[in-house]
Design a protein around this ligand. Sequence first.
Ligand SMILES: Cc1ncc(C[n+]2csc(CCOP(=O)(O)OP(=O)(O)O)c2C)c(N)n1
Ligand code: SF4
Length: 307
Amino acid sequence: MKIRLRELSHFDKEAAETLIQKDHGLHPDDKYLKPGRIPHIWCPGCGLGVVLTTFIEAVRRNRIPIDMCSVVSGIGCTGRVAGYLDMDTYHTTHGRAIPFATGLALANPQMSVTVFSGDGDLFAIGGNHLIHAARRNVNLKVICVNNFNFGMTGGQVAPTTPLEAKTSTTPTGNAEPGFNLPYLAHAAGAVYVARWTTFHPRQLAHSISQALNKKGFTFVEAIAPCPTGYGRPNKLGSGLEEMRFYRDMTEVRNGADPKLAEIRLREKFIVGTFHDTDRPDFLENYDRNVVSRVKSKQKGKEKGKAA
Ligand SMILES: Cc1ncc(C[n+]2csc(CCOP(=O)(O)OP(=O)(O)O)c2C)c(N)n1
Ligand code: SF4
């Protein structure tokens, strides 16, 4: 079987489909992807392909029509996910995926809006947006790929880099502790909080599927190997070896207090679905506290005029 997609110019979807049918047959995921964009830019061993596949699996399981599904990303290697998906996707500016997605979710509440971005994008430059969207309980599904560094720009330290871990900007070891993302998302108000690694693709697909099914702000952290930016300075080996490391260093603790989800360098950490609750989302609160009150005031005024 010959892979000839490399010869295609980007966005030549029709030609890509002809090639796929001729040389490969159709893969069940093809309708969710832009084949003309392949080959992707990700390094060998990168965990991003696994997370993308689990997202597609979750969309399929939930039978979300493609035209009701949108994905918003920021900048970074993770941000490229948006470009490979054949649905309404937006590759926004660095750190601004959440405000952009908030606009989409409020303008069309029927739409399933997923924010798919990196730990640097969502918790460094975009950190403020994330905590406020969680507090407001905007109906957004956030998938944060955590590879413990700024992958795309050369493996710099990120707010998730564990204390003592090496990166290109902390060659002797990071002097700051990293954020505990599930704890932060939970404290800010997320109604669903889970963490898995790419060694747990079934559990990850299940959590993303549950998150897509929920109303309100959901948060799924997907820990993924970045052999180029994080694996190399920390001597974690290839992408596969980094996955084995996560296999050995994780303990599944569904229902655990997210406070316990801290990650320290070369210490065991917990994965699982930590939090699943319901509370009124932003639009429900807005309708109840603003729209309906303004309407009843207007009605009162009209009655007064008529009398
Ligand atoms: C305003 C702004 N500042 C900085 C950058 C440079 N930049 C591009 S991607 C990136 C880091 C992305 O890291 P992360 O979100 O963790 O994604 P990864 O590449 O690791 O998947 C940075 C700092 C930018 N594009 N725009
Ligand atoms: S730099 Fe890291 S995150 Fe980016 S594609 Fe390479 S392995 Fe993946």
